[in-house]
Ligand binder design. Structure first.
Ligand SMILES: [Fe+2]
Ligand SMILES: [Fe+2]
Length: 210
């Protein structure tokens, strides 16, 4: 059985990440278009810029190791992005779709945090100093992006978060449009009131405990 060296395994990790980041670069513009919440749109747009810089960082790492930048199809990321795209189609544009965009984007961030954490640890082990520093920078960005998405979902910055709005009836994004839609969909939200009300109270008390 062919056995790979630790260095080759490290290169495989980098190739997986390179493929993942390039898939994300293609997927993010679609998510930005699909988002209604302004904060969410801005967060995704700034993360698209960061993601492009992360691709550059990986290329610098390959270069420092004397390897051509090459991806190895990351099927994990392919699955996450495909599933997220399918889920989004289940609800119309508005708060519920925003909640799904955040849910999908956070799955992606957690995948990246895990993969970059491993890659950086391995780079440390092998004393690839430049790689340690560049992978660390990206890891910090991924963690910050994840945190920002949590804030947008829970509304710790300003007013209600996306999740709260989605639970209230899943109307449109922001402002007047949203209010008008809520009126129009009021009856339907009312019909679901009973059970969801209980769930909502449970969630809220859970939130306080944290
Ligand atoms: Fe990334
Ligand atoms: Fe990311």
């Amino acid at each position: 059985m062919a056995s790979k060296t630790f260095h080759e395994l490290f290169l495989d990790e980098l190739r997986d990440l390179y493929s993942a980041e390039r898939q994300i670069t293609k997927a993010l513009p679609k998510l930005i278009k699909a988002a209604s919440n302004t904060d969410l749109g801005q967060a995704l747009t700034s993360h698209l810029d960061e993601t492009r810089a992360q691709v550059d960082r990986l290329e610098r790492i390959f270069d420092s190791l004397g390897e051509p930048p090459k991806g190895k199809k990351c099927r994990g990321m392919e699955g996450l992005l495909e599933e997220g795209g399918e889920h989004m189609k289940e609800v119309p544009r508005g708060s519920r779709r925003d909640a799904l965009i955040i849910a999908g984007a956070q799955r992606v961030e957690h995948y990246e945090i895990s993969a970059y954490g491993t890659a950086r640890a391995w780079a440390e082990q092998m004393k690839h100093d430049l790689a340690v520093s560049l992978l660390g920078q990206t890891l910090d960005e991924e963690a910050a992006a994840d945190e920002k998405l949590t804030k947008i979902a829970l509304g710790r910055v300003l007013g209600d978060g996306v999740n709260e709005k989605a639970e209230k009836g899943g109307g449109g994004g922001d402002g007047k449009k949203s209010a008008a839609k809520k009126k129009a969909t009021g009856k339907r939200s009312g019909e679901r009131g009973g059970k969801r009300g209980k769930k909502s109270r449970k969630k809220k008390s859970g939130k306080k405990a944290r």
